[in-house]
Design a protein around this ligand. Structure first.
Ligand SMILES: Cc1ncc(COP(=O)(O)O)c(C=O)c1O
Length: 460
């Protein structure tokens, strides 16, 4: 028998060497530069641990995979049972029971938010769910073009990349699908594009993951009405915002939306197994799977695998039993109020935004002369380095994991697991307060870190 514990015990610490050699050396370098080259040995709830027993508060949640926290006992138990039961997994020419049960339960919860949705197609990832949604939209409308928002992120496969709103990701991969970016809140631009009559769908994240941009309250409802008027589908990408993240089960609920397709992934399997789903109106689904001949016209090998399905069933139950959606709203309000207090205290903080436990804080150039010089010293080298400096300091001084929310922006995103307590929220606020206080002192510790970062950025 392979002894995994022994293997890990023997090789622990070789992580970065192995990745430098066989995976992505540049990612290794980035992690080293920003001090994220930690060898984690365990994860539980909102915390990660290293070999020395240090603990790290995880406000990244694997990009919102861990709404339930890491290694949730209920999901773990379900997975162990699947293994013990020697289930007839992936027969393929089959209709597996667990996929049917998860689809039924997903439709039940989705319909509380979006009553029009009633069919499910399982995928292996968020990007695959988006790819499928784009195909479904073409099949349902017979039209070729897609609309998306500026700053959008829907995954990095070629179709999903075509509706990406950031030149950084799009560049260097050749021609993409026909798609047009719309500025958020610009209904006139949206209508102008829809009027051309060639749009299959408008796809949007209800709150954008890159930058935590929240639309004006009237934008998405009006965008949905325009889509109906011009007979394009309205697709909501809830891959990151779904499953309670924003204080509602699905984020689109904040605006009473009624999309034609919703894409989900991430938290659906409680963070254990890749999974995703396209949840669509039956009318749309029927345009794809419309007769015997086209019964398998869109399919995949692993989508309905038993581990993902069992984890999904357990995850939906755990979210409900632990009241995590209401908890995200409640703790999110506490966190947001604390961030707003920091905004009032520190001139470098210009905005706090988001909903529930998907929050962002944005920095902008200081007004005071002394800080202006320090700011220029890092931001003059590369835009977004200041936020990276804050992320580095939060990690180095407080062992708090966060991330710069997009490429070249001074926005930090917080995605704590929904199971965090008040103490953890308060600890994160304390950490930010400490680091921001330092950032407002020049010369000082955090600006010293800046020198290291600038040196590394220049030596790329
Ligand atoms: C809104 C959104 N859609 C799609 C994706 C892609 O998901 P995956 O990384 O599972 O392909 C992401 C990933 O971050 C996302 O945030």
């Amino acid at each position: 028998m392979m002894d995994l514990k022994e293997l890990i015990g023997k090789r622990e610490g070789e992580n970065f060497e192995l990745h430098r050699e066989y995976l992505n050396p540049f990612l290794v370098r980035v992690l080293e530069i920003i001090g994220y080259d930690v060898v984690y040995t365990r994860g539980k709830g909102a915390w990660l641990y290293d070999a020395d027993g240090n603990r790290y508060l995880d406000f990244l949640s694997g990009y919102s995979v861990f709404n339930l926290g890491r290694n949730h006992p209920k999901v773990k138990a379900a997975l162990m049972q699947v293994l013990e039961l020697d289930r007839p997994n992936l027969v393929q020419m089959d209709c597996p029971l667990l996929a049917g049960i998860l689809a039924q339960r997903l439709v039940e919860v989705v319909r509380r938010s979006f009553p029009g949705l009633d069919t499910v197609f399982f995928t292996n990832s968020g990007a695959e769910a988006v790819e499928g949604a784009l195909k479904f939209a073409r099949a349902a409308t017979g039209r070729p073009r897609f609309l998306h928002l500026e700053h959008s992120f829907h995954g990095l496969t070629l179709g999903a990349l075509s509706v990406n709103g950031d030149a950084y990701f799009r560049g260097g991969f050749g021609e993409l699908l026909p798609a047009t970016a719309i500025p958020m809140n610009d209904l006139a631009a949206l209508e102008r594009e829809l009027k051309r009559g060639d749009v299959a769908c408008f796809i949007a994240e209800p709150i954008q993951g890159k930058g935590v941009y929240v639309p004006d309250d009237d934008f998405l409802p009006a965008a949905q009405r325009l889509c109906r008027k011009y007979k394009a589908l309205f697709v909501l990408d809830e891959v990151q915002t779904g499953f309670g993240r924003t204080g509602k089960f699905f984020c689109g609920e904040h605006w009473g939306l009624d999309p034609d397709i919703v894409t989900v992934a991430k938290t659906l399997s409680g963070g254990y197994v890749p999974v995703g789903a396209i949840i669509a109106r039956r009318g749309v689904h029927r345009k794809v799977f419309r007769n015997l001949e086209r019964a398998v016209v869109h399919s995949n090998t692993f989508g309905m695998n038993e581990l993902a399905m069992a984890a999904g069933i357990a995850t939906l139950e755990a979210l409900e039993e632990e009241g995590l959606v209401a908890r995200a709203a409640e703790l999110g309000a506490r966190f947001q109020a604390g961030l707003v207090a920091l905004q009032q205290k520190y001139e470098l903080v210009v905005d706090v935004r988001g909903k529930g436990l998907m929050l962002g804080i944005e920095f902008a150039p200081p007004r005071s002369l002394k800080l202006k010089a320090a700011w220029k010293g890092v931001e003059g080298v590369k835009r977004g380095l200041f936020a990276q400096l804050i992320v580095m300091a939060l990690m180095r001084e407080y062992r708090l994991l966060t991330q710069v929310s997009a490429h070249g922006v001074n926005i930090i995103k917080f995605l704590p697991p929904l199971i965090v307590g008040e103490e953890e929220i308060d600890y994160a606020l304390e950490a930010l307060d400490g680091v921001l206080a330092e950032a407002h002192r020049f010369p000082g510790g955090i600006w010293g870190l800046g020198k290291e970062l600038v040196k590394a950025a220049l030596s790329r």
